[in-house]
Design a protein around this ligand. Structure first.
Ligand code: GDP
Ligand code: MG
Length: 439
């Protein structure tokens, strides 16, 4: 899905101005990509309609970077489709919080019960796992193994007792033993049936869970959506855990579930290990689908490396447009602090390709060292007032830094271009802040 969407939107990037037809053509491809990823048909139709309406609006057509604008809109609408904000598990003010895990056989209930226990244990909770799958051979043993690995207690009564009774007894056990989180692992069937639903309904009635989480396998695509709908109608879901997103999934389920059931995805399973669980962030998922690179990690990295005071100083200088060689030097040092440039470029949205195109261009410092040498051979006055650099000064600096006058000229040109670029970047950043993409 990611590749297809990037392809469709990438074509727009090569165009300067966009016509309505350009947008329509791109949207047709986006639509096909979504359908191929097994996103629900009605969801796709509504989505495309919304995006198209926004894209042919005045603002996009007249903007300087219309393709960027279209991508931004697609990204925003994808995020909205998945619920905009992160949806958390409700922790009861009166412990224990009871979470009941439901879903079809093989979806990942038992594994996810352990993962969620582990997730909250790390946050200081004292979880108890309750083994209510009395049908599948070795289901109880499986949960016990999971509990042992995580050092989380598992309550079970063998497979002779009814799941409702086990759930009730598990709850009293938790109360006695000071467990403030109870996770109930239930049985699944290969398909939805009355007996399964009736049993789950009685557990729900008896123990009144705070959260009923449906576990669905993302590899099942549209089926995952149908399953969600049926479980929601029968039980009333509080949220969904989408498992196996690490696999070769087409990603459609993540996009349709929320839109069809109105129920939020709360966690995603990213592997078989008990650590492979992540809270679900709609905006991050949208960026991932669009292949925008790991923007957030990049920003976090930048924030770590940058001296905030210096960065602020720079920002105001750029605003006032008196960015000089001294600032250039500071800027370079800050970038050096962030680590190898090619890694950083790889993390930037849409830069993956550019990196390939750059090929053997030196990203790791030779050029940078030379630039530094040049600036360091300037007097403080020259650094602050680049316009002072006449022919004789340039010759002196070239000698001092072991470079040539052409090198100096190139650097002066670079500084001017950088000023221009920074001005543009500042404009963009304001836009990003507005839609909350930056911290
Ligand atoms: P249950 O029948 O619903 O209880 O499902 P299980 O918890 O027994 O999981 C079924 C299979 O799916 C097991 O082999 C798990 O290791 C695997 N599984 C569960 N979650 C994930 C996940 O997020 N990624 C991957 N790759 N495998 C998973
Ligand atoms: Mg199980």
């Amino acid at each position: 899905l990611s590749d297809k969407l990037q392809g469709a939107l990438g074509k727009l990037k090569s165009k300067g101005k966009l016509t309505e037809k350009d947008v329509k053509d791109a949207m047709r491809e986006v639509k096909l990509a979504l359908l191929e990823a097994d996103v629900n048909f009605k969801v796709v139709k509504d989505f495309i309609k919304k995006v198209q309406e926004r894209c042919v609006g005045q603002e996009v057509m007249t903007s300087l970077t219309p393709a960027q604008h279209v991508i931004k809109i697609v990204n925003e609408e994808l995020t909205a489709l998945m619920g905009d904000v992160q949806s958390k598990v409700m922790i009861s003010s009166k412990p224990p919080t009871i979470i009941m895990m439901v879903g079809l056989q093989g979806a990942g209930k038992t594994t996810t019960s352990g993962k969620i226990g582990n997730y909250f244990k790390k946050q200081g909770k004292r979880p108890l796992l309750v083994a209510c799958d009395v049908y599948r051979p070795a289901a109880i043993k499986q949960l016990q193994v999971v509990g042992e690995k995580l050092d989380i207690p598992v309550f079970n009564m063998g497979d002779k007792e009814s799941p409702v009774n086990i759930a009730k007894a598990g709850l009293s056990h938790a109360l006695k033993n000071n467990n403030d989180l109870v996770i109930i692992d239930t049985a699944g069937r290969l398909h939805i049936d009355e007996t399964l639903m009736d049993e789950l309904k009685s557990i729900k009635t008896e123990i009144k869970p705070h959260e009923i989480l449906l576990v669905v396998d993302s590899m099942t695509g549209q089926d995952a959506v149908n399953v969600s709908q049926s479980f929601d109608e029968a039980l009333g879901l509080d949220g969904v855990v989408l498992t196996k997103l690490d696999g070769d999934t087409r990603g459609g389920a993540a996009l349709s579930i929320r839109a069809v059931t109105q129920k939020p995805i709360k966690f995603i399973g990213m592997g078989e290990k008990l650590d492979d669980l992540e809270p679900f962030y709609p905006d991050r998922m949208a960026s991932r689908i669009l292949g925008m690179g790991d923007v957030l990690s990049l920003i976090e990295k930048a924030q770590d490396a940058m001296d905030l005071e210096k960065a602020k100083e720079l920002e105001s200088k750029i605003r006032k447009q008196d960015f000089d060689f001294e600032d250039f030097l500071t800027q370079m040092e800050q970038i050096e602090n962030m680590g190898p440039l090619d890694k950083i470029i790889g993390m930037m949205p849409g830069m993956g390709n550019i990196k390939n195109q750059l090929g053997d261009v030196d990203l790791n410092g030779k050029e940078m060292k030379r630039t530094k040498a040049i600036i360091q051979s300037m007097t403080l006055e020259e650094r602050r007032k680049p316009e002072l650099l006449n022919a004789s000064r340039k010759r002196r600096i070239a000698k001092g830094s072991g470079t040539s006058v052409q090198d100096i000229n190139r650097l002066v040109k670079q500084l001017n271009e950088m000023k221009k670029m920074m001005k543009m970047f500042m404009g963009n950043q304001k836009g990003m802040k507005k839609r909350g993409a930056l911290g």
